[in-house]
Design a protein around this ligand. Structure first.
Ligand SMILES: [Ca+2]
Ligand SMILES: [Ca+2]
Length: 83
Protein backbone atom coordinates (compact mmCIF):
# COMPACT_ATOMS: atom_id res chain seq x y z
CA UNK A 1 0.00 0.00 0.00
CA UNK A 2 1.44 3.39 -0.93
CA UNK A 3 1.54 6.28 1.48
CA UNK A 4 -1.34 8.20 -0.11
CA UNK A 5 -3.68 5.21 0.10
CA UNK A 6 -2.69 4.69 3.72
CA UNK A 7 -3.42 8.34 4.59
CA UNK A 8 -6.80 8.09 2.85
CA UNK A 9 -7.62 4.99 4.89
CA UNK A 10 -6.60 6.65 8.15
CA UNK A 11 -8.67 9.75 7.32
CA UNK A 12 -11.70 7.58 6.53
CA UNK A 13 -11.33 5.70 9.83
CA UNK A 14 -11.07 8.96 11.77
CA UNK A 15 -14.18 10.39 10.11
CA UNK A 16 -16.25 7.26 10.75
CA UNK A 17 -14.98 7.10 14.34
CA UNK A 18 -16.06 10.69 14.95
CA UNK A 19 -19.50 10.10 13.44
CA UNK A 20 -19.96 7.02 15.61
CA UNK A 21 -19.05 8.89 18.81
CA UNK A 22 -21.39 11.76 17.94
CA UNK A 23 -24.37 9.46 17.34
CA UNK A 24 -23.84 7.79 20.72
CA UNK A 25 -24.02 11.08 22.56
CA UNK A 26 -27.42 11.87 21.08
CA UNK A 27 -29.57 10.08 23.63
CA UNK A 28 -33.17 11.26 23.52
CA UNK A 29 -34.25 13.51 26.38
CA UNK A 30 -36.38 12.10 29.18
CA UNK A 31 -39.24 14.34 28.06
CA UNK A 32 -39.00 13.00 24.48
CA UNK A 33 -39.33 9.39 25.67
CA UNK A 34 -42.15 10.12 28.15
CA UNK A 35 -44.77 10.44 25.43
CA UNK A 36 -47.82 10.38 27.75
CA UNK A 37 -46.25 12.94 30.13
CA UNK A 38 -46.78 10.99 33.37
CA UNK A 39 -43.16 11.70 34.43
CA UNK A 40 -42.00 8.10 34.05
CA UNK A 41 -40.89 6.03 31.05
CA UNK A 42 -42.94 2.85 30.78
CA UNK A 43 -41.68 -0.30 29.07
CA UNK A 44 -43.73 0.64 25.99
CA UNK A 45 -42.19 4.11 25.86
CA UNK A 46 -38.67 2.68 26.34
CA UNK A 47 -38.99 0.85 23.00
CA UNK A 48 -38.18 4.17 21.30
CA UNK A 49 -34.64 3.93 22.70
CA UNK A 50 -33.02 0.58 21.95
CA UNK A 51 -30.42 0.69 24.76
CA UNK A 52 -33.07 1.47 27.35
CA UNK A 53 -35.48 -1.22 26.13
CA UNK A 54 -32.69 -3.82 26.24
CA UNK A 55 -31.61 -2.91 29.77
CA UNK A 56 -35.04 -1.98 31.12
CA UNK A 57 -34.97 -4.32 34.14
CA UNK A 58 -31.42 -3.23 35.00
CA UNK A 59 -32.29 0.45 34.55
CA UNK A 60 -35.39 0.14 36.78
CA UNK A 61 -33.44 0.43 40.03
CA UNK A 62 -36.49 0.55 42.35
CA UNK A 63 -38.33 -2.21 40.39
CA UNK A 64 -41.60 -0.31 39.87
CA UNK A 65 -41.69 -1.18 36.15
CA UNK A 66 -41.16 2.44 35.17
CA UNK A 67 -38.02 4.46 34.54
CA UNK A 68 -38.10 7.78 36.36
CA UNK A 69 -35.90 10.73 35.48
CA UNK A 70 -33.08 9.85 37.91
CA UNK A 71 -33.02 6.24 36.67
CA UNK A 72 -32.92 7.47 33.08
CA UNK A 73 -30.01 9.79 33.87
CA UNK A 74 -28.06 6.79 35.17
CA UNK A 75 -28.70 4.91 31.91
CA UNK A 76 -27.56 7.83 29.75
CA UNK A 77 -24.40 8.34 31.83
CA UNK A 78 -23.60 4.63 31.65
CA UNK A 79 -24.03 4.67 27.86
CA UNK A 80 -21.64 7.61 27.50
CA UNK A 81 -19.04 6.01 29.78
CA UNK A 82 -19.13 2.71 27.86
CA UNK A 83 -17.65 4.37 24.75
CA1 LIG B 1 -44.81 7.91 30.44
CA1 LIG C 1 -38.19 2.74 38.54
Amino acid sequence: MNKKALMTLIAALMISGTAFAASNEQAPTFEALDTNKDSVISKEEAVAMEELAQDFEKADVNQDNNIDESEYTLVVNAEVEKK
